[in-house]
Design a binder for this molecule. Structure first.
Ligand code: 3PG
Length: 213
């Protein structure tokens, strides 16, 4: 795993999701998150402009480590690598995506939701896994249970994480970072009120500092 990425997640173990509609709003959203103290960002491939936006964000916000999320196929993995993604996140575990990431030397966080998937991932040599959808598959209790058998695995729970339950996840030593979209509300972006996003990021940083002090 990339050292800079790990160092940043140690300081601020939260990965906000950016759902990009156009390059300008994606860049402003990312800048607002960085201003609030969160500089590891996941741009998700859920819109037609996502790959273009990813490339623009990488270029325009060099202070951020910008990954690509919702990477479903090997082809998408190749596209995001070409656009400059610095890590890859997938909702599930799919060997061609994992293999592509390894060949491109990109850190990857594939999603798991069961012990069997975690075991398959472990046997593929992976030690950093997304837990998705975290709140629906058991939340912090699930991470404790998986962590008791996969002792050298760190998890990035995503799906249903919020300011209200962030501390419960971060209290667990098995949690590398939490991911989520609560930091980038569509309503704030629609209003052009990026200060809301900076404030949400700063709140998350404060919660993390408090829990991990
Ligand atoms: C993901 O892609 O990881 C999830 O859809 C994010 O879930 P959230 O919107 O509940 O944060």
């Amino acid at each position: 795993m990339n050292k800079d990425l790990l160092n940043r997640l140690e300081v601020a173990p939260v990965v906000p999701l950016v759902v990009p509609d156009d390059p300008e709003t994606a860049i402003k959203t990312t800048q607002a998150l960085v201003a609030g103290g969160l500089s590891v960002i996941e741009v998700v491939l859920r819109t037609s402009a996502a790959i273009e936006c990813l490339g623009e964000v990488v270029r325009a916000v060099p202070d951020a480590i910008v990954g690509a999320g919702t990477v479903l196929s090997e082809r998408q993995a190749a596209e995001v690598a070409l656009a400059g993604a610095q890590f890859i996140v997938s909702p599930g575990l799919y060997a061609p995506v994992v293999d592509y990431a390894a060949s491109a030397r990109l850190p990857i966080f594939p999603g798991v939701a069961t012990a069997s998937e975690a075991q398959t991932a472990w046997n593929m040599g992976l030690r950093s896994l997304k837990l998705f959808p975290a709140s629906l598959v058991g939340g912090p209790a699930m991470i404790k249970a998986l962590g008791s058998v996969f002792k050298d695995v760190k998890f990035m729970p995503t799906g249903g994480v919020s300011a209200g339950n962030l501390a419960d996840y971060l209290a667990l030593p098995q949690v590398l970072a939490c991911g989520g979209s609560w930091l980038t509300p569509g309503s704030a972006i629609a209003e052009g009120n990026y200060q809301i996003i900076t404030d949400l990021a700063a709140d998350a940083v404060a919660i993390a500092k408090h829990v991990r002090a």
